[in-house]
Design a protein. Structure first.
Length: 71
């Protein structure tokens, strides 16, 4: 079962094994409170490839983009 993390929310599920990160993001959007502008870490490495296939031992984390101070 892959592990999905977004902030304090976590879910371990095999429902997305063999499917894409994009599929998982769309399916878990409400449960984990995932937004479209979040960065994605696949096994602790940032990726922009949302078509990567989720494997049972993967850890996928969705992170809010870092802010910058105003001028």
């Amino acid at each position: 079962m892959a592990k999905f993390i977004c902030g304090a929310n976590e879910s371990e599920t095999g429902a997305y094994d063999g499917r894409t990160i994009s599929d998982a993001r769309n399916g878990l959007r409400t449960v984990l409170n995932i937004s479209d502008d979040m960065k994605v870490l696949l096994n602790s490495t940032e990726t922009q490839n949302l078509q990567a296939v989720v494997r049972p031992d993967d850890e996928i984390e969705f992170l809010k983009p870092g802010g910058t101070k105003g001028n």
